[in-house]
Design a protein around this ligand. Structure first.
Ligand code: ADP
Ligand code: MG
Length: 470
């Protein structure tokens, strides 16, 4: 290892420790939402630089966690006196374009006129103080490909959009990232507005809801803030898993929610988990969320992926051989967003070089993406590796045995499952013999603690992690 690598390695290790301390202080969900997306970039003099994916996150971290981060880091490494945040949108070119789009758009949402309007210039889209986010013109029902994994959610969304009176309240859509939640919510909004342009529909992300609420609190004008919500016919809040853990925001959300339901207004929410599985959310809110219609979007199947690719390729008037589409549907399994990204990249490439689209081109253009998809670790793999490493039977990962010799490796496997996969705590629990999510939470905490006090244990875990990631 040369000096630079060593330096980076040290910094990473310090960061890991700072993270686990902070996580213990602020809780799992706040940690996942705000701290985990940060990346260490370098140590310059006495200042550590962290990369943060968006301006909004930077402001939030600045306001809430930065001081503590600095203290903790100083505790790990006395050289560090300050922590700086720089905005670095995600490195994947396709995603970046999307992020930029989202970053630029923010405007009043009241009529469907924008659907037919030409794409506005960034200045027009910029913030005018209104809280709603714009709808995406591409996200309509007719652009949504329906298959087994999403047919129920689709039917529920259609029903709510077409109903003349409130039928299910709230409609709660949930599923993993990139599976079409935002798409369906936008589609509902378009449909409602098309049927009756006089209705007011407000669509926004839960992050923005929280952010604005905290700001309103600070500026002491929560009355205006509340008014904005309570005067709409349809309120849509996307990604409500972000509301967990913030008591004041939850409180406000709960009251706005009840007020709207009492007035017979439609509420539509989305999250990456079911209401019962939301972390850091109060029971009374969970049970309110469960009262309406809860519809989940399952992971894509090969058939759905292929159908989506065929539809999109046709729309782009792209001359893609079946073999290529089948290959992509087979290989890019993570979610629809990645699938779309892959198709766009391949399309852009063939257009640029003006050559026929072949399997070889796919391999060439998508090598990074294909590798990432190959390398995605599964819980089963983690269980297998960890069992081998500690010399226990794989069956013990699922068994009820509590002897330390099997319980500890099981905890390590749960810990790694949490770190290396995007599975939620309840999902992980299910894969470990149907254990409760609190058991997984406990395992994660325990392993974190042990890593701090037992360096050989810490090395074991680190080794396993590298093996699984490599
Ligand atoms: P989520 O909000 O669940 O993370 P999105 O709604 O943003 O996911 O979907 C990611 C991308 O995939 C979007 O561009 C969306 O149009 C597309 N997409 C997802 N599901 C479908 C589908 N069933 N048919 C067509 N496009 C889809
Ligand atoms: Mg979304």
């Amino acid at each position: 290892m040369d000096d630079r690598q060593l330096q980076t390695h040290k910094l990473e290790t310090q960061w890991c420790r700072v993270c686990s301390r902070l996580k213990a202080e602020i809780g799992d969900s706040a940690y996942e939402n705000w701290v985990k997306p940060l990346k260490v970039s370098q140590l310059e003099g006495s200042e550590v630089n962290l990369a943060v994916p968006s301006r909004f996150m930077r402001d939030w971290i600045l306001a809430n966690y930065l001081d503590r981060l600095r203290e903790l880091w100083h505790g790990e490494n006395a050289v560090v006196q300050s922590v700086a945040l720089s905005i670095q949108p995600t490195t994947q070119p396709i995603k970046m374009v999307k992020d930029q789009e989202h970053g630029l758009k923010e405007r009043v949402l009241a009529t469907p006129a924008a659907k037919t309007a030409p794409v506005a210039k960034p200045s027009v889209w910029q913030s005018n103080g209104n809280i709603a986010a714009p709808l995406d013109q591409k996200f309509t029902f007719d652009q949504f490909v329906v298959g087994k994994p999403n047919e129920f959610a689709y039917a529920a969304a259609r029903r709510v959009a077409e109903a003349s009176s409130v039928s299910f309240n709230p409609l709660f859509l949930y599923g993993g990232v990139g599976l079409g939640k935002t798409h369906l919510m936008n589609a509902i909004a378009w449909e409602i507005l098309e049927r009756d342009p006089s209705r007011t529909v407000m669509y926004l992300s839960a992050e923005k809801f929280m952010y604005r609420f905290v700001r309103a609190l600070r500026e002491q004008n929560t009355v205006d803030f509340k008014e904005q919500f309570r005067s709409v016919d349809v309120l849509m809040i996307d990604d409500v898993q972000f509301i967990g853990g913030r008591d004041a925001t939850q409180e406000e959300f709960f009251h706005s929610f009840n007020a709207l339901v009492d007035q017979g207004r439609q509420i539509i929410l989305s999250a990456d988990k079911s209401p019962s599985d939301l972390e850091g959310v109060e029971e009374r809110l969970k049970s309110r969320l469960n009262c309406g219609l809860v519809a989940d979007i399952h992971a894509t199947t090969y058939e759905l992926r292929l159908a989506i690719l065929e539809t999109k390729a046709e729309k782009m008037a792209m001359d893609a051989p079946n073999k290529v589409l089948e290959f992509l549907a087979h290989k890019i399994t993570a979610n629809v967003r990645e699938l779309e990204g892959a198709l766009n990249r391949v399309a852009a490439h063939t257009q640029l070089v003006g050559r026929e689209l072949t399997l070889e081109t796919c391999h060439e253009v998508l090598h990074d993406l294909l590798r990432a998809n190959d390398r995605r670790v599964t819980i089963e793999e983690i269980q297998k590796r960890v069992a081998e490493h500690f010399n226990i039977r794989i069956a013990d990962m699922h068994s009820a045995r509590r002897a330390r010799s099997v319980a500890r490796p099981r905890q390590v496997a749960m810990y790694l499952a949490k770190q290396l996969t995007s599975r939620s705590l309840p999902e992980i629990g299910r894969k470990f013999g149907g254990r409760d999510h609190t058991t997984v939470m406990h395992a994660v905490k325990k392993v974190d603690e042990l890593r701090d006090i037992d360096s050989s244990f810490a090395e074991d875990v680190e080794l396993l992690r590298r093996m699984l990631e490599g």
